[in-house]
Design a protein around this ligand. Structure first.
Ligand code: SF4
Length: 322
């Protein structure tokens, strides 16, 4: 079985039982992204391909830690040998930090406003990066919104300014103002991700009350002008109620604008609890469409240095998952 087909099946389930030897050093706890605030997740890798699965006592997938990171994944009668990856901060090879762990907005799929996290000080963030400096290749920054979009942007800019001394590529993904791409570019940020989240404006307004879909498109276009092709990304969640045709239109529009879509299977939490994760068959079909769309636009996810397209834990990434 090809890795991409196995990964589609694993992402459709999303969680695994972790058994065998103690594996604390391989467990990632997240303040953002799928599984944020949950009981942790592991990155199971075969060669240089990986998948992130939330740890759950109830799952059809079992990962048996044999020791020293060596692990077997057992699923539908298949035994796949691989290894667990040690996370940097949140994900392997990166310090991926959520600056503000709370949010004034209430996006329907997002657990950040419910975790009750706090804002990290700049010194805390510096120390966090320092603590993993010897095992990371990039710094990635995301954030909720503590009081206002403008105030959050200003604070994140201060954080980024202080992190440039690490001389690592920095990726930033925040909810933007119209000036965010210019301000991040001025600080030397390498890559940006501004998330459309939903395939259509109608779904976006249901899912992200108070946020502006049109602004995100403007900011993405400005970002491609400033950062160039292959340096601008946007998350779209698969499974919010969009049709395959709507998703394809959105993906083709993004790629024709020079933006790499990050197609993220829905993790049904918060208001969306009870909704279904997308099936493996749907994920495979979308992956084929995504691959063609990126190829026709001359975009290459393998060049990503930061954030989710570099990590690949939660999504099928054309060019990386083969
Ligand atoms: S793909 Fe993105 S959200 Fe998922 S673990 Fe990697 S960096 Fe985090």
């Amino acid at each position: 079985m090809h890795w991409k087909d196995l990964k589609a099946q694993l992402l459709a389930v999303g969680r695994a039982r972790l058994t065998g030897e103690p594996a604390e050093e391989y467990i990632a706890c997240s303040a953002a992204g799928p599984g944020a605030g949950g009981s942790g997740a592991v990155f199971f890798a075969v060669g240089n391909q990986r998948v992130k699965l939330a740890i759950s006592p109830v799952s059809s997938i079992e990962i048996v830690h044999v020791g020293n990171g060596t692990a077997d994944l057992i699923f539908e009668g298949k035994h796949i040998s691989g290894h667990l990856l040690e996370p940097g901060l949140h994900c392997p090879d990166q310090a991926f930090i959520t600056v503000t762990g709370s949010c004034i907005f209430s996006c329907r799929y997002c657990s950040v406003p419910h975790i009750g996290g706090k804002r990290k000080t700049i010194e805390e963030i510096r120390q966090m990066v320092e603590s993993v400096r010897d095992r990371i290749k990039a710094i990635s920054i995301t954030s909720g919104v503590l009081t206002s979009i403008e105030e959050e942007e200003a604070y994140v800019l201060e954080v980024v300014k202080q992190l440039t001394s690490f001389n690592l590529p920095i990726g930033v993904s925040i909810y933007p103002t119209g000036s965010t791409p210019d301000r991040l570019k001025e600080l030397g940020v390498a890559e940006v991700k501004f998330n459309l989240e939903a395939a259509t404006p109608e779904l976006f307004s249901q899912m992200c009350p108070g946020l502006d879909y049109g602004l995100l498109w403007q900011v993405l276009d400005r970002s491609v002008t400033l950062f160039g092709k292959n340096r601008v990304f946007s998350n779209i969640i698969i499974g919010l109620g969009e049709t395959d045709a709507e998703l394809e239109t959105c993906v083709k529009t993004l790629t024709s604008h020079g933006v790499i879509p990050v197609l993220r299977p829905l993790n049904p939490v918060v208001w969306l609890e009870g909704m279904e994760r997308p099936t493996a068959e749907r994920l495979k079909k979308i992956f084929a469409m995504h691959t063609v769309s990126l190829d026709s636009a001359g975009l290459d996810p393998c060049l990503a240095m930061t954030m989710c397209t570099n990590c690949t834990g939660c999504d099928l990434v054309p060019g990386k998952d083969v």
